[in-house]
Ligand binder design. Structure first.
Ligand code: GLA
Length: 732
């Protein structure tokens, strides 16, 4: 193998600490492995860093074979403008002296081991300038995730403009490659799943809102390497960006043998001006690889989150009732008392008072005032929050509250005091959001960060038993400009907003690690892997229509674990204008973090007793739903019936869900096969979530082997329109 040498683990024993240079070693292949996957890079000092391979785990011999044979992509790991001309690049900068080219070569490599993985750091340096890019890979072995990001730093005599600064690039060999991504959605129709074969030209998925992810798309993509995506089989590469701001994922396919995939912050908004000595860290890309189809890739992401990637990763989620859909702005003490009593009676564990509780000079009776004035409106709640919390405690439920701390209405005391805190395009008329006068505060400004921290801190200090915040963000950045940032740093705004937000969230989490926080973005505009380290869950959509939610939740679970998906049984009709029976709505909501958004006192007795019984059953299975393995089996996209199964880690218990998506007379129903069970065990079937007097299944109490349930499946009577079944499977 002439000059080539594999970089063995033994060679780096010397490098105990992060980024200790290893000049003594001639570097070549570096194998970065998790339990079931490997990525191979080629790294030799003084030469570019090359990406060679990503896929099944390789042993030493196989890695050698990859490097020496024809399965080596050998493309630069970080193509840059100047060194890689006439093609898409991951990085482009203008140096302090105006030179717009970048040519990076390896200076050193180091590695550091942790109990659940390893951090590899490749230091790349420009051949001419004191400009460095640290390319980092952190493995999470158990969940088969490799997180990749860069750290950019220079010591040039003046600032350097970063024009493009993708977190990662990967070449994907052409073939029967399909991409699955969430795109083309909107408010009330979030989580629109698109699956398409990759084609010549550009495929781009983007988020352009700056402060939040947006309703339309998610910063993640899955590549099915064996043709049309399958939930249970097929080689799949996943990529997801841990970032709440603008993003772009693009696949550039020219007339070569590779699809070139780039993922990172969207550079829209202008170059990022980076001062000497300051480190610019790009957001992490979570790579995964699975041979169990898109479902396997999703489970890897879920494992990563449940293994510590998300806040509150091991805390069971409460069943809650939120006041928004049933009461909107009518948050009076009497109304709240009534809901607290009702949620307690029905078996709920948490009551959340939504919008409408605040504002002194300007009471919040609609969306056009008061954001920013986080003081209780004593006209509605004469005793403040105290009596509500007391009532909750007496009834045995926790108390939660809605806030939207990054926003302000111009009709507010906050805006009167601090008009300079809002984002504005200098010299231009403001472009207002919700309510006709909502603006976004400038999170790049430390004073604003203090204010936002103070919103949570003050509420918690005055009411230490607040257990839950719904943190909303109902407006995108509609005005690009900051009074805090100097004129020559205005184009840093999108990034600095996010840095300020994250700093604030970290401060909140340091002081209040146990309070549950939901990220809401006027519906699902804040669903993002980047929010997971700080938030316990997401509001999935303002659309609580049971059938629509089946689709939305299906897609969102591609990357997000269902424990982090707030799924509420809402008022009828929901946005789609349909009226759907309560059982169907409950069954759809029970596939994630179950909640309610309705007035129990308006339900019939039979609905109420159904709800009470089903909530009690949900509490018995929530460990499997929230912390088990999710197997999406039959997709609602393109099928008449949708099914999914959750199984506990030991496969002793599982819960199977089946839903009618369409309904017509004499509709054929196939055998419904399961997945994720132990083929060698016997399972007893017990139906949950039944209405009083409903026809029970013939197979109630019957026993089947896991093999039979997975290979042959069950013939289930799903009933007529909006038919659904929930089966608990318990191993004997
Ligand atoms: C957004 C949220 C809703 C609700 C309202 C309150 O639209 O998505 O759930 O909290 O704000 O104004």
């Amino acid at each position: 193998m002439n000059n080539k040498r594999r970089y063995s683990a033994a060679a780096v024993v010397l490098a105990l600490f992060l980024c200790v240079p290893l000049h003594s070693v001639t570097l070549d292949g570096v194998v970065i492995s998790t339990d079931r996957t490997s990525m191979v890079l080629q790294s030799r000092i003084g030469e570019p860093l090359y990406f060679s391979y990503y896929g099944m785990r390789l042993d030493e011999g196989e890695a050698e074979a990859v490097l020496s044979s024809g399965i080596n992509s050998r493309m630069k790991a970080l193509p840059s403008f100047g060194a890689d001309m006439a093609q898409s690049v991951a990085m482009q900068v203008i140096h302090a002296d105006g030179n717009p080219t970048l040519d990076l070569v390896v200076e050193s490599l180091s590695e550091q081991t942790f109990d659940d993985g390893t951090l590899y750091c490749f230091t790349l340096v420009d051949r001419l300038y004191p400009f460095k890019v640290l390319v980092k890979y952190r493995t999470r072995s158990r969940s088969d995730i490799i997180e990749q990001w860069t750290e950019i730093v220079h010591t040039e005599p003046g600032p350097v403009d970063l024009l493009r600064f993708d977190s990662a690039f990967m070449p994907i060999r052409r073939g029967e490659v399909w991409a699955s991504h969430i795109d083309g959605g909107s408010h009330g129709a979030e989580g629109n799943l698109v699956a398409e074969p990759l084609h010549d030209g550009i495929l781009s998925v983007k988020g352009l809102e700056g402060n939040r992810n947006g309703h339309s798309s998610q910063a993640g993509m899955m590549f099915s390497l064996d043709g049309e995506p399958d939930e249970l089989s097929g080689r799949t590469i996943g990529a997801a960006l841990k970032w709440m701001g603008t993003f772009e994922l693009r696949v550039d396919t020219d007339n070569s043998s590779y699809h070139r995939f780039f993922i990172g912050i969207n550079p829209l908004g202008g170059p990022y001006r980076l001062d000497p000595g300051v480190t610019f860290e790009t957001p992490g890309v979570l790579w995964t690889y699975s041979e169990e189809g898109v479902g396997g890739a999703s489970r890897n992401y879920h494992h990563w989150a449940l293994d510590g990637g998300m806040h509150g990763h091991d805390t069971p989620r409460d069943v809650l009732l939120n006041s928004w859909e049933p009461l909107r702005f009518e948050t009076t003490q009497q109304n709240m008392f009534r809901l607290i009593d009702e949620v307690a009676q029905i078996g709920g564990e948490l009551f959340v008072m939504d919008d409408g509780w605040f504002g002194d000079k300007y009471p919040r009776n609609g969306s056009s005032s008061s954001l920013g004035d986080w003081v209780v409106d004593r006209r509605k709640l004469p005793g403040g929050l105290g009596p509500l919390i007391e009532r909750c405690t007496r009834k045995g439920v926790k108390f939660g509250i809605w806030i939207e701390p990054e926003s302000v209405n111009t009709v507010s005391e906050l805006f009167e005091k601090h008009p300079d805190w809002v984002l504005e395009a200098k010299g231009r008329e403001p472009n207002y959001g919700r309510g006709g006068n909502q603006l976004i505060l400038d999170m790049s400004n430390p004073e604003v960060q203090d204010h936002v921290f103070g919103v949570v801190d003050r509420l918690m200090t005055e009411n230490p038993s607040i257990a839950y915040f719904k943190w909303d963000c109902n407006c995108s950045i509609r005005n690009y400009g900051s009074r805090y940032l100097p004129p020559d740093r205005q184009t840093n705004l999108y990034v600095d907003y996010q840095r300020g937000l994250v700093r604030t969230l970290e401060r909140i989490r340091a002081k209040y690690p146990d309070v549950v926080m939901q990220a809401c973005g006027g519906g699902g505009a804040r669903i993002s892997m980047g929010a997971l380290p700080y938030f316990d869950e997401f509001w999935v959509s303002d659309n609580t229509d049971g059938l629509h939610r089946l689709f939305t939740q299906w897609s969102i679970s591609y990357f997000i674990p269902v424990a982090a998906m707030a799924q509420h049984v809402g008022v009828q009709p929901a946005m789609d204008g349909r009226t759907i029976p309560i059982k169907y709505r409950f069954d759809v909501a029970m596939t994630g973090r179950l909640g309610l958004e309705l007035l129990p006192y308006k339900m019939t007795d039979s609905e109420k007793s159904y709800a009470r019984r089903t909530i009690a059953q949900y509490k018995e299975i929530r460990d499997i739903i929230q912390f088990g393995d999710q197997y999406r089996i039959l997709s609602p996209y393109g099928n008449d019936i949708a099914t999914m199964l959750f199984s506990g880690a030991s496969k002793e218990r599982a819960v199977f869900f089946a839903f009618k998506v369409h309904n017509w007379n004499n509709q054929p129903v196939p055998r419904l096969r399961m997945a994720g069970l132990d083929p060698d065990r016997l399972y007893r079937v017990h139906e949950l979530s039944t209405m009083d007097g409903a026809r029970t299944l013939d197979i109630e109490g019957e026993v089947f082997s896991g093999a039979l349930l997975m290979h042959t499946g069950l013939e289930l009577d799903l009933g007529k329109e909006y038919g659904s079944r929930v089966l608990e499977l318990t191993a004997l």
